[in-house]
Design a protein around this ligand. Structure first.
Ligand code: NAP
Length: 245
């Protein structure tokens, strides 16, 4: 469509799906990554195409080293240049200190930190001049969730990686992160379904609600676009104010 190709990982649902749609409305073509949710990815692609975007699919499990390599190979085979990447795929686990295992740590750190880093490294030669990368961190990177040790650590690593890479990749490539608070997606269904937890979150949130995936997608669009042309190594917190309460 003219503005360039953006790889969106975890574009099949939730925040990633809204990012793909928002970018398609802004004239970008989309390389849509999914893992298990193929049907949902198909619907997202259809909606992006209705907005006039070209859409290509890639699919891989990013919680494993082989999956990361596989994704990069699939992107290479498309023979496209990249205007940007949104490293959005992520997941956590209920792992307080009693439930933490080495396997969980490895998988959660891989998808949330190792995958974004290696995807960028392995695809560097495909980037256009003035490209932009967005990493989806989390408020948990700054205020750790005691019942999600690996997730909080992985998202903190991703913030630090964002800053290291900003120093490595400038001036050709900008890279920034988003740290959302509680957003209405499948990932937070448990919090919304548990009345006590839900009420406690709302009580502590100045804006008195969870965020919507579209509200994060607009920030991703801003960071990908030239509207943020003097920003790199930065993190935008979008949490309804819960972090200051
Ligand atoms: N929701 C929140 O409150 C919140 C807050 C802070 C940060 N975040 C971050 O925002 C990002 C999107 O989260 P969301 O809330 O939209 O979650 P979601 O609705 O559960 O979507 C997660 C996405 O990540 C993909 N994914 C999960 N595990 C994967 C794996 N092993 N390999 C490859 N892809 C995988 C999923 O793909 P498939 O479904 O195709 O398998 C899906 O597209 C994540 O990085 C999350 O940590 C979310």
């Amino acid at each position: 469509m003219g503005n360039g190709n953006i790889l969106v990982t975890g574009g099949s649902k939730g925040i990633g799906a809204e990012i793909a749609l928002e970018l398609s409305r802004s004239g970008y073509d989309i390389i849509l990554h999914y893992n298990k949710s193929s049907t949902s990815a198909g619907s997202v692609a259809e909606a992006c195409r209705k907005n006039g975007s070209k859409v290509a699919f890639v699919s891989a499990d990013l919680a494993s080293s082989n999956g990361i390599k596989d994704l990069c190979n699939q992107v290479r085979k498309l023979n496209l240049k990249l205007k940007g990447i949104v490293n959005n795929a992520g997941s956590g686990a209920g792992d307080d200190i009693s439930r933490l295992t080495e396997e969980v740590w490895d998988a959660v750190l891989t998808i949330n930190a190792k995958a974004p880093l290696l995807i960028i490294k392995n695809l560097l030669d495909l980037f256009e001049e003035n490209a932009s990368i967005v990493n989806m961190s989390s408020l948990a990177s700054m205020k750790p969730i005691p019942s999600s040790i690996s997730y909080s650590a992985g998202k903190a690593a991703l913030l630090n990686i964002t800053k290291s890479l900003a120093l490595n990749l400038g001036p050709q490539i900008r890279i920034n992160a988003i740290a959302p608070g509680f957003i209405e997606t499948d990932m937070t269904a448990f919090f919304r379904q548990n009345e006590k937890i839900y009420d406690n979150i709302i009580k502590r949130t100045p804006l008195k609600r969870f965020g919507k995936p579209q509200e994060i997608a607009k920030i991703a669009r801003f960071l990908i676009s030239d509207d943020s042309s003097f920003m790199t190594g930065e993190v935008i917190v979008a949490d309804g104010g819960i972090s200051i309460s």
